[in-house]
Design a protein around this ligand. Structure first.
Ligand code: ZN
Length: 157
């Protein structure tokens, strides 16, 4: 089930964290997490630990973890997609990439004052993060990300 695919990432995987959030996966990440914190949170929340550190995964308290091999973020995404069969659970652009909070759909007229006129002219669906207040819309980055994800899932076929 998709809701069981919740992650906590080691400190060097910030870029991967953003991509996983963008794909809709509940992903905790902080560049300040210590190893004991990562272990504690993974046990408490039932989160899968993703790390490049073999030693961290040796901790017996960790229920489920995966060691990321690559240092390249695109390859890292491919690894995680393959390991956890993520492509069946994709939900693009439903979660804030900055703070991991599920986004709320907002009415265009309610955010008009916050967005440049040429953006509101060309785009129609907007979402807002209720936690950090960031606004998202289906702009060019949306299409680029769709292509990026399609490229990853295609290579797994
Ligand atoms: Zn946010």
């Amino acid at each position: 089930m998709a809701q069981e695919l919740r992650f906590i990432l080691d400190v060097h995987l910030g870029r991967l964290a953003k991509y996983l959030r963008l794909c809709g996966f509940d992903t905790l990440y902080s560049s300040h997490f210590s190893d004991p914190e990562i272990i504690e949170i993974s046990v408490r929340d039932g989160r899968i630990v993703l790390t490049r550190d073999k030693l961290l995964l040796k901790d017996k308290r960790i229920n489920r973890g995966y060691r990321i091999i690559s240092q390249n973020h695109e390859e890292q995404m491919r690894e995680v997609f393959e390991e956890f069969n993520l492509r069946n659970h994709l939900n693009l652009f439903c979660r804030c990439i900055r703070c991991n909070t599920p986004l709320e759909v907002v009415d265009k007229k309610d955010i008009l004052h916050r967005i440049q006129a040429n953006t509101t002219r060309y785009y129609s669906s907007f979402s807002r993060c209720p936690n950090c207040d960031r606004i998202y819309w289906d702009g060019s980055h949306y299409n680029n990300m769709k292509k990026f994800i399609a490229g990853i899932t295609k290579r797994l076929e």
